[in-house]
Design a protein around this ligand. Structure first.
Ligand SMILES: Nc1nc2c(ncn2[C@@H]2O[C@H](COP(=O)(O)OP(=O)(O)O)[C@@H](O)[C@H]2O)c(=O)[nH]1
Ligand SMILES: [Mg+2]
Length: 444
């Protein structure tokens, strides 16, 4: 065949996976061309295209005779990107079909032979070694039809299933848990140790848990213990850094958990702003049929007194959940690893008898968090998997209320609450004579 693009451009031209047939020696050869993992499209998109092709063909009982991995010998350095692309390739194939794989270097006709031989040795002894040891073969391509056919005919007639085909079709795995998808995810996690997940990526089948509480009560730390993520910002390790509502995904026991972190009602932002952010997240989730399996409220057991702000947080929290989903609510005390147990237990009794009584009576459960992964997961797994719509979601999305009309909104938003002072700290609301009414109780 002639080249794909008549202009002989330097850019690769294959955007999709395409197969070409060729008859030779009474057999029909099918050559499947792919876009190349470092092409203009993202690796994820290309992987999905290649995987889709492999899955469909395998379902049609088509097995591959060979897989050819091509690399220019004229590229003398081996960047990290290349190593990671090669790992994507090997985790797609699996070592069991290594004998079906040919690692081929091209551009020998344009290469400086000594440098090229040196690069070849580095490739064979380094990044390609383990796959060659597993049975893959190395070949040079001399840019002639004869040289190409030598590589192809050397493969013989055996056919085999690639790892990705076995995983998707024989085992019935979802793509995201396949070896190659996990490899990519692991890499993305190394680049970004706190990868968030957008609402649009969350599925109704996911196990979604929202964390609420006052700032510094330990919401983010709890999620870090569940997911193994490092703290948000090391520089402020003694403070809270959560500014927005953010969700983090974590697979466990074949289920995907989504942990939704929130800023805390008494964060540096106004309570109204925080409530709006939480409400927006919950309402959007509801429109996508995403329900929560639990709502966790954290409180430090080491704090001798519950502040007014914490009280407001708790009231807003209770108003946000509603009594009907109390069984999915967990009131969790943190900092037990640093607490004086005797005084902590006294405070615990007081909180259960007073502050938390209404929620506990309604069916909420109380838990202690011991600042370990095991303790975090025990609390989460005890939630079970029943999915519920919480009061704020029902009010916003089902009843069509404005946030100010909702039970939580009425707790916090100005001009509507009598429980919460509607003026900021250190500000004394002045009233003018003209605003005083005859019915007011005037005290001099
Ligand atoms: N020792 C200990 N430290 C904790 C615990 N919970 C939170 N912290 C620390 O307290 C600080 C604030 O916690 P963070 O989770 O960011 O608070 P939040 O997200 O605002 O609720 C961080 O330095 C945490 O590491 C706990 O149970 N034990
Ligand atoms: Mg936080």
């Amino acid at each position: 065949m002639p080249p794909e693009s008549a202009m002989q451009s330097l850019r690769s031209c294959s955007m999709g996976v395409r197969a070409y047939a060729y008859n030779r020696g009474g057999k029909r050869f099918i050559f499947v061309d792919t876009p190349g993992f470092d092409s203009l499209q993202s690796r994820d998109v290309i992987l999905r295209k290649v995987t889709y092709w492999l899955e469909i063909s395998y379902r049609g009982s088509i097995r591959l005779t060979g897989i050819i991995y091509i690399r220019r010998i004229t590229d003398t350095s081996i960047p990290d990107m290349e190593l990671s692309i090669f790992q994507t390739f090997t985790s797609l194939c699996g070592e069991e079909v290594a004998d079906r794989v040919r690692l081929v270097t091209t551009m020998w006709d344009e290469a400086d032979t000594e440098t090229a031989k040196n690069t070849e040795e580095i490739l064979k002894a380094g990044p390609w070694k383990s796959f060659l040891d597993a049975g893959a073969c190395y070949e040079r391509f001399e840019n002639t039809g004869e040289s190409a056919w030598k590589v192809v005919l050397g493969l013989g007639d055996n056919r085999n299933a690639l790892l990705i085909q076995r995983e998707l079709v024989d085992i019935g795995m979802e793509f995201r848990v396949t070896t190659v998808a996990r490899k990519l995810l692991q890499e993305a996690t190394l680049e970004n140790p706190r990868p968030t997940i957008q609402i649009s990526e969350i599925e109704p089948s996911d196990m979604v848990i929202m964390f609420l509480g006052s700032t510094c009560s330990g919401m983010s730390n709890f999620i870090n213990k569940l997911t193994g993520m490092p703290p948000e910002c090391v520089a402020h390790s003694h403070g809270s850094c959560t500014i927005d509502v953010k969700a983090y995904a974590c697979d466990r026991d074949g289920k995907r958990f989504i942990f939704v972190d929130t800023p805390g009602f008494n964060s540096s932002q106004s309570q109204n702003v925080v409530l709006k952010k939480i409400a927006y997240w919950l309402e959007t989730a509801h429109t996508k049929s995403i329900k929560l399996i639990g709502v966790v409220y954290t409180q430090r057991i080491t704090d001798a007194h519950v502040t007014h702000a914490e009280l407001t947080s708790l009231r807003t929290f209770a108003a946000l959940c509603g009594n009907e989903v109390a069984s999915q609510v967990r009131l969790v005390t943190t900092m037990w690893d640093q607490a004086n147990v005797a005084s902590a237990e006294k405070r615990e009794d007081v909180m259960k008898a007073e502050l938390w009584k209404a929620l506990l009576d309604a069916g909420a459960c109380y838990e202690r968090f011991h600042n370990t992964e095991g303790s975090a997961w025990d609390i989460v797994l005890r939630l079970g998997d029943s999915k519920r719509t919480i009061l704020l979601q029902r009010e916003l999305a089902v009843m069509g209320m404005d946030l100010t009309q909702t039970t939580a909104g009425r707790q916090l938003l100005p001009g509507t609450s009598h429980d919460v002072p509607s003026f900021p700290h250190n500000q004394r609301p002045v009233i003018h004579i003209c605003e005083i009414k005859p019915t007011d109780i005037l005290i001099l």
